[in-house]
Design a protein around this ligand. Structure first.
Ligand SMILES: C[S@@+](CC[C@H](N)C(=O)[O-])C[C@H]1O[C@@H](n2cnc3c(N)ncnc32)[C@H](O)[C@@H]1O
Length: 208
């Protein structure tokens, strides 16, 4: 990255980035009091983050990813787009949820195409686990939506099992559904589709 782009990124980050820190985040301060807020974990290139935020400017999007170049990319694209309803965090989304998001505060959590970790010895690294589902259920407002998608069938089976077993959530259709029209095809998904993978979406709502 050139010095000019670096300087631009630093100044946009000061405005659009959420600093890694401690303590509960004040979502009203970040997005405006009363604004519904959705957390997206693992936005990758951020392409679908931007189009979903543009389609729904009244919702605040807190976008987290551990991958530094992806964060820079999203921040620069946001600055170009002029969108004001996205804030970006370079960090672990599960940790953010656990340590810095208050109970019953999120309108939604999005996890689109989390790393599939296909090898059995790596399954424990998968994000969608009973612990994660319970944490999300606790952080969602009643009726709030956990929306997951994957193109990896064994992970889809795990998602169906985990999400249907969480007592705080009601899984639409009891399993996978077709991609809802409000979720754009993501960059990662495009690659999976080109390889003939089947995509599964899961819509799990927080019990009232
Ligand atoms: C397979 S990519 C999918 C990216 C994007 N959602 C898409 O569909 O194009 C998974 C992304 O999740 C990010 N990631 C993995 N674990 C994470 C975590 N605990 N918190 C935040 N991001 C994470 C990775 O850096 C990567 O960008």
């Amino acid at each position: 990255m050139g010095a000019q782009r670096r300087d631009a990124l630093d100044s946009h980050l000061a405005r659009l980035g959420v600093p890694l820190g401690e303590g509960t985040l004040d979502l009203g301060e970040l997005f405006g009091p009363g604004t519904p807020v959705v957390l997206e974990i693992g936005f990758g290139s951020g392409r679908s983050t931007i189009s979903m935020a543009a389609a729904d400017p009244a919702t605040g999007v807190l976008a987290a990813d551990v991958h530094v170049p992806g964060v820079g990319n999203l921040v620069l694209k946001l600055a170009e787009s002029g969108l004001e309803n996205v804030r970006v965090l370079n960090g672990d989304g599960e940790q953010l949820l656990r340590d810095r998001i208050p109970p019953a505060s999120l309108a939604g959590v999005r996890v689109f195409f989390p790393d599939p970790w296909p090898k059995a010895r790596h399954h424990k690294r998968r994000l969608i686990t009973p612990r994660f589902a319970a944490l999300v259920a606790e952080r969602l407002v009643p009726g709030g939506l956990l929306h997951c998608a994957t193109d990896w069938e064994p992970y889809a089976e795990q998602m169906a099992e985990v999400l249907s077993a969480e007592p705080g959530l009601v899984l639409e259709n009891g399993g996978a559904v077709e991609r809802p029209e409000w979720r754009p095809v993501t960059r990662y998904e495009e690659r999976g589709l080109a390889q003939g993978h089947r995509v599964a979406d899961f819509l799990a709502y927080r019990r009232p």
